[in-house]
Design a protein around this ligand. Structure first.
Ligand SMILES: Cc1cc2nc3c(=O)[nH]c(=O)nc-3n(C[C@H](O)[C@H](O)[C@H](O)COP(=O)(O)OP(=O)(O)OC[C@H]3O[C@@H](n4cnc5c(N)ncnc54)[C@H](O)[C@@H]3O)c2cc1C
Ligand SMILES: *[C@@H]1O[C@H](CO)[C@@H](O)[C@H](O)[C@H]1NC(C)=O
Ligand SMILES: *[C@@H]1O[C@H](CO)[C@@H](O)[C@H](O)[C@H]1NC(C)=O
Ligand SMILES: *[C@@H]1O[C@H](CO)[C@@H](O)[C@H](O)[C@H]1NC(C)=O
Ligand SMILES: *[C@@H]1O[C@H](CO)[C@@H](O)[C@H](O)[C@H]1NC(C)=O
Ligand SMILES: *[C@@H]1O[C@H](CO)[C@@H](O)[C@H](O)[C@H]1NC(C)=O
Ligand SMILES: *[C@@H]1O[C@H](CO)[C@@H](O)[C@H](O)[C@H]1NC(C)=O
Ligand SMILES: *[C@@H]1O[C@H](CO)[C@@H](O)[C@H](O)[C@H]1NC(C)=O
Length: 529
């Protein structure tokens, strides 16, 4: 180790600690440090993983970062690497194998990585909770994966109105700190979802009727820019970039910390009622979604997730109304249409708390399967949902024997209460205003086991979306919004935000990332270009 310190001094990498005080590394500094590093290898002072030749590309990026920040980089077959690889929700992501994984312990480490990948031209991916569903979303074959899991601070401000959350936290770890203090934030509904991806894509919570989506509740983002600088982005410091981060996904920098608006929150009343599918129950619950959208302004504490699924063990379709009320009050009138239909085969309605609720949702969404999510948004209507259920059943029934198939179709109201918060602080990038009226968010979520079934499953999901969209537009009920957090890679998320917002997002990208680092060197997920 003494030797190591000597080498660090030799290379000027000791400057990393010094630079930390000023929070800046530059591309020039990192270029010259990598040159020195290569000289050390060339003249035999330093052994590398590759015996014969000088490392290039991601091998160079990995060995250089490993040298500069020992203990934070892991390579295939190590326990650390395998552990981090096991923390993806979807099979498609856990089977991507990066050259190495880097788990920075502070923003400066992220900055070093962002500059190193540019010097070495190494493609990279960034992971928070790892719930992105498709290959390459937050992992990368043969590249560098920056795993934010060590950025896990949760710090409540003295006045309890803001919580600073490291971007590698899972939501349950945030709620664990806040809940005993009677506080909460707008975040995910499944325990293990990451703060990073959910918040950058929008972020639907149990409390969105009162406060909007997660992206509408970030006071300040701490962001590593493409030039390696680390800056505090808020509505007052960088209004254009702040807008772009509110729905822009991974296109605008690596967020290392989110300062989240924090509010008092106690127990909830929540749970589900599950039924065997009948046309009558379906029609009644679909109608209830329509009426909730009409009546929501009378009580923004009520929320619902209405899900249809083919259940192989029943050999039948089932539907489940998941209701949540943000107070510990049973059977609130706003949710009465969802609890009314007779004949439930299971009911879990009870007073509960956020941590327990997100763990129960986590248990009903186990990881490790092949997964695909697709999405669509339609205007509020009492009948369009029946049409979409029929389309989904027509597409799924012919493949319902696919091994371990679990196909779900999920409806969630986007009420005018929710939308009213989208315009806070200059507005978010999603392209929805109260003039659009209440909307219904549609999500198709399918899991299965075998690669030989991939084509059939993707076709059923894609066909459902195309047919549902055509049906909606034919009835004047179409709407362009594509929710990034539920979208398939085949879907055009940013076009769905509308031409004006897409143009703004592209202009912000060109201004803050003129070389296209987030667009080109980070190929995974949805891109504004
Ligand atoms: C079981 C399940 C339940 C879900 N429930 C909800 C829900 O209740 N509400 C909701 O809105 N959505 C929900 N989603 C969707 C979820 O929000 C998205 O999958 C989201 O992308 C997950 O975020 P993550 O950090 O876990 O994923 P990751 O795969 O880690 O990240 C997703 C994308 O965001 C990028 N990213 C992550 N962190 C950062 C960062 N700090 N800086 C820059 N880029 C970053 C990654 O590079 C990647 O491209 C759910 C998904 C699943 C699978
Ligand atoms: C920090 O930056 C200032 C101004 O750019 C400079 O004068 C100072 O020497 C730097 N401090 C360190 C520790 O690098
Ligand atoms: C190897 O290169 C480094 C960096 O340029 C230099 O400091 C060192 O003296 C060299 N060692 C040998 C054995 O040549
Ligand atoms: C939340 O509920 C669970 C399960 O009932 C309980 O164990 C836990 O203590 C509760 N947490 C808080 C903060 O009330
Ligand atoms: C349910 O509705 C579908 C679509 O309208 C129809 O084809 C089917 O026959 C109905 N089922 C019953 C049992 O009425
Ligand atoms: C419940 O549904 C009926 C129509 O069946 C509607 O008149 C009523 O407003 C709905 N109530 C709520 C709270 O949505
Ligand atoms: C969430 O579920 C996964 C299995 O899919 C499990 O590994 C993890 O521990 C669960 N998280 C919590 C907080 O229960
Ligand atoms: C829905 O249809 C409209 C009108 O034809 C089209 O512009 C849009 O791209 C379609 N959206 C999806 C998700 O297929």
């Amino acid at each position: 180790m003494g030797n190591f310190r000597h080498l660090l001094l030799l290379l000027g990498l000791f400057g990393l600690e010094v630079a930390a005080q000023n929070e800046t590394l530059t591309i020039a500094a990192v270029t010259s440090q990598i040159d020195e590093f290569l000289k050390l290898i060339q003249n035999g002072s330093l052994a590398t993983r590759e015996a014969s030749s000088l490392p290039t590309g991601c091998s160079l990026a990995c060995s250089f970062i490993n040298f500069a920040l020992p203990g934070q980089v892991s390579f295939p077959d190590s326990i650390t690497y395998e552990y981090q690889e096991s923390r993806y929700w979807s099979y498609f992501q856990s089977t991507d194998t990066p050259t190495c994984r880097f788990a920075p312990v502070n923003p400066l480490g992220v900055s070093l990585a962002v500059l190193t990948v540019q010097v070495t031209q190494c493609e990279f991916a960034v992971k928070s909770g790892g719930h992105g569903m498709f290959s390459g979303a937050s992992n990368i074959d043969g590249g560098l994966t920056i795993d934010l899991l060590e950025l896990n601070e949760v710090i409540i401000s003295a006045d309890q109105t803001q919580t600073s959350v490291g971007s590698g936290n899972r939501w349950v770890d945030v709620y664990d700190v806040l809940e005993p203090k009677g506080l909460s934030v707008i975040g995910g509904r499944v325990a293990d979802i990451g703060v990073g991806g959910l918040t950058l894509g929008g972020g639907m919570s149990f409390f969105s009727g009162r406060y909007g989506w997660a992206c509408d509740n970030v006071n300040t983002y701490e962001v590593v820019f493409a030039d390696g600088s680390i800056r505090e982005v808020s509505y007052s410091t960088y209004p254009d970039l702040y807008f772009a981060l509110r729905g822009g996904g991974n296109n605008f920098g690596i967020v290392t910390r989110f300062d989240l608006a924090t509010f008092p929150q106690g127990d909830l009343w929540a749970g589900s009622q599950t039924y065997f599918y009948t046309n009558e129950t379906a029609a009644a619950l679909n109608d209830a979604v329509y009426w909730l959208n009409i009546n929501a302004p009378s009580d923004p504490y009520g929320q619902v997730i209405l899900a249809y699924a083919y259940v192989q063990s029943f050999g039948a379709w089932a539907l489940s109304a998941e209701v949540q009320y943000g107070k510990p009050e049973a059977y609130p009138p706003i949710l009465s249409n969802f609890t009314k239909p007779p004949g439930a085969i299971a009911s879990t309605l009870a007073v509960t708390n956020l941590t327990a609720l997100t763990i129960s949702f986590n248990n009903s969404n186990p990881g490790g399967f092949r997964e695909t999510y697709w999405t669509l948004t339609v205007k509020n209507s009492p009948t369009i949902l029946n049409d979409i259920v029929n389309i989904f059943q027509e597409e799924i029934n012919p493949i319902n024997t696919v091994e371990n198939l679990l196909p779900a179709l999920v409806f969630q109201p986007i009420t005018e209460d929710i939308i009213s918060h989208f315009s806070k602080n200059g507005g978010n990038a999603l392209g929805i205003t109260t003039a659009d009226g209440p909307l219904i968010l549609i999500n198709i979520a399918i899991s299965w086991s075998l690669a030989t079934d991939d084509a059939a499953v993707f076709a059923a999901a894609g066909n459902t979306i195309a047919r549902a969209n055509a049906t909606a537009y034919a009835q004047g009920l179409g709407f362009p919004f594509i929710y990034q957090n539920y979208a398939a890679l085949q879907q055009n998320v940013f076009e769905g935000y509308g031409a004006a917002n897409l143009a703004k997002l592209r202009a912000v990208s060109e201004k803050y990332d003129p070389l296209g680092v987030w667009q080109k060197l980070q190929p995974g997920y949805f891109k504004v270009f």
